[in-house]
Design a protein around this ligand. Sequence first.
Ligand code: NAP
Length: 271
Amino acid sequence: MKLFGVLGDPVSHSLSPVMHNAAFKALGMDCEYHAFRVSADALHDAIHGAYALGFGGLNLTIPLKEKALRVVKPAELAKQIGAVNTVDFKKGIVGYNTDGTGAKMALVGSGIEVRGKNVLLLGAGGAARAIAFQLAADGASVTIANRTEERAVALAKEVGGIGKARGVGLDELKNLVRNCDILINSTSAGMFPNISETIVTSDMMHSSLAVFDIVYNPVNTRLLKEARKAGAKTIDGVMMLVYQGAEAFRIWTGTSPPVEIMEKAVRERLV
Ligand code: NAP
């Protein structure tokens, strides 16, 4: 039996155990995935303990992702993003960040190519960092728009080292939405309990837009409802959650992840 886990604090709400255990079961793998409450102070011991115990791999969530950079050997992208969400033990203790890949795969899985596209990314927090680095590396032109403009400008400066990026505030939103192909909300606007909140409304959107909201609580956010009203294509936050997990599964096991089964397990838990 191989053990896997997610470390965080709090962690009991995590959907990762249900998602990965469904995948292991579907593939008949002798593996189990559990959630472990670990404080930031105990992170070093917890990761090294799991390594010593022969764990197959770990995920990390709030508040451990940034601190983990000092505990593991980070892969290049995780270093650039400044956060680790996946730890693999096959070649020592190596840290990856699969959030950006998860977002990219959520788009690709919905038939949306990112190369050469104008992406308007709302937010400049932890999730936005991962998405901005990934999409810029994949050849998108990324406009980062954030309530606190300086954070957007600072992030765009970093991302500019690997691709096309600029940072702005939220003042010119109407024009920015009109000129983009893909709109991604990576802010917490619209997340429970503020479910009537949205930064962009249907009157600002066009029908050839793809609107991706990474918020998954609720799944059907106000932004996605606005997008449907405008005739735009929609992608919900469950897909990013599933694909970031699928990428971690691939890193740990070298096996192609059963994405549809993982998605079903998560959606059943969210209704
Ligand atoms: P974070 O680091 O705290 O960043 C929050 C961002 O949202 C900041 O840019 C903040 O702007 C902005 N923001 C918050 N409330 C706002 C409002 N009312 N109006 C405008 N901007 C607002 O959070 P995070 O970790 O990046 O997570 C953001 C959201 O993504 C959460 O809902 C989280 O659950 C979700 N998420 C989903 C996935 C997935 O797999 N689907 C993965 C990660 C995160 P300021 O800089 O101005 O404060």
